[in-house]
Design a protein around this ligand. Structure first.
Ligand SMILES: NC(=O)c1ccc[n+]([C@@H]2O[C@H](COP(=O)([O-])OP(=O)(O)OC[C@H]3O[C@@H](n4cnc5c(N)ncnc54)[C@H](OP(=O)(O)O)[C@@H]3O)[C@@H](O)[C@H]2O)c1
Length: 262
């Protein structure tokens, strides 16, 4: 059986770093890494930079036909077991919902929620005991976030979907890890924020290095942990968001933000 990893959103940021670390052996021996994103040129460059055989899929994961392409490739390779599926592709936009672009909202919902559901469903038959699923959520999933309403709700879906999946699949030793990073300096910020939001984010939570997030995520997935919150301060935020009633947690978060912003 040939062992592969399938990583979405591999053309930049966290996805690229995950592939680099997989290539360096962070998840054990892999025969191939299948990488998915829209930017064919970037996937090709990544393939050139890796020692492991990279199979690029230049696909838009908001298009339902893309899932058929990946499923067909798996069916055409019956000797292939998926050791790791990483549902990572994503983007988010900040701002008031009433002023938001509705086409972009719909794409966000399709990419962040529907794509992981479709891919996981289609890849599962090719998983074996020991296989792992890594679902990239966000600290934005911990509680509803005004000015980030669609993105935060979609990431909450990823978190809950992942944890339920893990509870269901652990019997057959397939484990799902929900990864909740805080801000990372990746292409995500180019789409998501303006300079003012960026300044506020730097002041409030700071950024975590993408290399460290990727390393911790792969370690957690390998160990079969259901939840990975790489940053210690965000573990505290997670505990507070669970312990406090939402209006109080939100007030606390907003007060802290305005103090830190000064
Ligand atoms: N950066 C942060 O602050 C942060 C914090 C928490 C969570 N996250 C999450 O981390 C994940 C990775 O984001 P990142 O920070 O690495 O951002 P990034 O550098 O912008 O990477 C996003 C990736 O998703 C791919 N993608 C976007 N739309 C796609 C589509 N329609 N079809 C297929 N692929 C698509 C992009 O490739 P193409 O453009 O080539 O398609 C790219 O490879 C996302 O799920 C994001 O929500 C990010």
């Amino acid at each position: 059986m040939r062992s592969i990893a399938l990583v979405t959103g591999a053309s930049s940021g966290l996805g690229t770093e995950l592939v680099r670390q997989l290539d360096a052996g962070a998840f054990g021996a892999l025969d191939e890494i299948w990488v998915v994103a829209r930017s064919a040129d970037k996937l090709e460059a990544l393939a050139q930079a890796c020692a492991t055989t990279i199979r690029p899929f230049a696909l838009d994961l908001t298009d339902p036909a893309s899932f058929d392409v990946i499923e067909d490739a798996l069916v055409e390779n019956p000797d292939t077991a998926v050791a790791l599926l990483v549902n990572n592709a994503g983007f988010g936009t900040f701002g008031a919902f009433a002023d938001s672009d509705n086409v972009s909202n719909a794409a966000m919902v399709r990419l962040l929620m529907l794509a992981p559901v479709e891919l996981t469903y289609r890849v599962l038959p090719c998983m074996r005991a020991g296989s792992r699923i890594l679902n990239v959520a966000s600290v934005a999933a911990f509680m509803p976030q005004p000015e980030l309403a669609v993105y935060a709700a979609a990431k909450r879906f990823v978190l809950d979907f992942s944890r339920a999946l893990d509870a269901e699949l652990k019997e057959v030793d397939v484990r799902a890890t929900a990864l909740c990073p805080k801000f990372m300096r990746t292409g995500f910020l180019d789409h998501a924020v303006n300079d003012d939001v960026l300044r506020r984010m730097s002041a409030v939570t700071g950024f975590e290095p993408v290399e460290r997030v990727a390393a911790k995520a792969l370690r957690a997935a390998r160990a079969g942990r259901a939840l990975c919150i790489p940053s210690p301060d965000m573990k505290l935020f997670y505990a507070a968001s669970k312990a406090l009633p939402y209006p109080l947690a939100l007030r606390l978060e907003r007060t802290l933000m305005s103090i830190l912003e000064r």
